[in-house]
Design a protein around this ligand. Sequence first.
Ligand code: HEM
Length: 88
Amino acid sequence: VGGVPQVVTLSELANHNKQTDAWIAIRGVVFNVTRYMDFHPGGVDELMRGVGKDATKLFDNVHSWVNYQSILQKCIVGRLSLQKAVDE
Ligand code: HEM
């Protein structure tokens, strides 16, 4: 907690692809959703589809209106290093 925000590569992101160690990137920001997992209204299995990757498209396809910035503000890990992956 605290300190300089991390810059997270896609391969580092992919290391955190488990229910007990779950990172997810949305629009260039990486979140640790491990503790949010059990509170996701769409369920664990749905959220797990986006874990370990850039889930911007998955997220927007289901609920682009959801204010994830507010929900996950305490779960920020850092920035995704590949800006390219953000808008694809
Ligand atoms: C529902 C949050 C990621 C799939 C919801 C809802 C919230 C939410 C608040 C309820 C929406 C409503 O009732 O209007 C989040 C947050 C995410 C996230 C903060 C960021 C990590 C994902 C991902 C998927 C997903 C990656 C996978 C595609 C779903 C589905 C529902 C849902 C399918 C609908 C459940 C239903 O109404 O039956 N999510 N979600 N979510 N979410 Fe997510």
